[in-house]
Design a protein around this ligand. Structure first.
Ligand code: SF4
Length: 113
């Protein structure tokens, strides 16, 4: 049985792979936190325990790669997607940007040589 929160969402524009998402059977707060945590001193809107539980769900998910790419393409700022927190996705994006800049610099150097 799916989590009750699914019934409250308009899922008509969701990609088909989301139908196989393991998180459909878990509470939304596990992945996004809740108001109690947002107003606490945590830098993320979830407790560490919530984040670890969410990641344990993600690791079983058959669409983890699709989910991570989807969330990064959309620049989601909150939530665990594809086994990564918002901060981990931000760091990954920064590292990828730095790598791409380095690659472009090397290509420009090769053209100039
Ligand atoms: S990877 Fe995690 S957040 Fe993404 S669909 Fe699967 S269970 Fe949900």
């Amino acid at each position: 049985m799916r989590a009750p929160w699914i019934a409250e969402l308009d899922t008509s524009d969701w990609p088909k792979w989301k139908n196989n998402a393991a998180c459909m059977y878990y509470p939304l707060e596990l992945f996004f936190g809740d108001e109690r945590e947002v107003t606490s001193k945590h830098t993320e809107p979830r407790s560490k325990d919530q984040t670890q539980q969410a990641k344990r769900v993600c690791i079983t998910c058959p669409v983890m790669a699709e989910c991570l790419v989807w969330s990064m393409q959309r620049g989601y700022q909150w939530g665990v997607f594809g086994m990564m927190t918002e901060h981990e996705r931000k760091r990954l994006k920064e590292r990828f940007s730095a790598y791409r800049e380095q690659e472009e610099g090397q290509e420009a150097d090769e053209v100039a040589a």
